[in-house]
Design a protein around this ligand. Structure first.
Ligand code: ZN
Length: 248
């Protein structure tokens, strides 16, 4: 292994299995604990002080930094206690739109739809909603060939993701996902506080020595949007994060 290299690892969902979400893909909390042990033994962790010094001095420092994306409740419930037990810290990147729109971020809505109802069920529902005019031109043929090639749940899951992330013209994407949500999760606004950390939990993470980072407002694919939109996504989410940290 090369020495003096900062390595960072990114986690998303970390939780125990949940029978109410039989198809949900996540890292099991027990495997997370094993990974921490492995990373600690193999590379060692960079302390928060060393990390901050390194950012300032640009002097290289060796070891692993743990990062956690998307502000999930998992991070408060399951990750924080494990990190505290081991005296570790992490950086938590929070997208901010769920706090104002009371909707899940679109990519998370897709995870929940498939996670609860299976790729096959959602693929079938999608087939009835999507009209050919909603597809972006260069994907029409791909869409048609994929529609008939699905055989198992994994293929259906891939189909739903490709459909909603690539085939569909972006201007129809949100309303198609809205449509699916109103049918499968009619009480979406009540899901927010179970799915994401609340503002007071984010503050508590910060008070417990965790670092809170900016992860845009709406979690768009940055390479697909204009420079101006990128700038506003970053500025607005940073404003929100410092606001949350000031409210003591
Ligand atoms: Zn993310």
């Amino acid at each position: 292994m090369e020495s003096n290299i900062m390595k960072s690892i990114m986690y998303h969902y970390v939780r125990p299995d949940d029978q109410s979400l039989p198809y949900f893909r996540h890292l099991h909390i027990d495997d997370f604990i094993k990974q921490l042990e492995y990373l600690g033994n193999e590379y060692g962790f960079i302390s928060k002080d060393d990390f901050l010094n390194c950012m300032e001095s640009k002097e290289p420092v060796d070891g692993v930094v743990l990062t956690f994306d998307d502000g999930f409740k998992d991070h408060f419930h399951y990750v924080l206690p494990e990190l505290k037990k081991l005296g570790l810290w992490g950086i938590f990147y929070i997208p901010t739109s769920p706090f104002t729109t009371r909707k899940l971020i679109d990519v998370h809505r897709i995870h929940m739809l498939i996670g609860k109802f299976s790729g096959q069920t959602i693929a079938n529902a999608l087939k009835n909603i999507i009209k050919e005019g909603m597809l972006s031109h260069n994907h029409v043929e791909e869409f048609q060939s994929e529609t008939y090639s699905r055989q198992n749940n994994d293929n259906s899951t891939n189909y739903v993701k490709r459909c909603l992330n690539y085939f569909i013209d972006y201007k129809y994407r949100e309303s198609v996902i809205d449509h699916l949500m109103s049918r499968f999760f009619p009480d979406e606004s009540c899901m927010i506080d179970d799915f994401y950390m609340t503002k007071s939990e984010i503050r508590e993470m910060n008070d417990q020595g965790m670092m809170i980072g900016s992860h845009t407002v709406n979690h768009p694919v940055m390479s697909k949007i204009s420079l101006k939109y990128q700038e506003s996504e970053i500025k607005k989410s940073r404003g929100f994060n410092s606001l949350v940290q000031r409210m003591g």
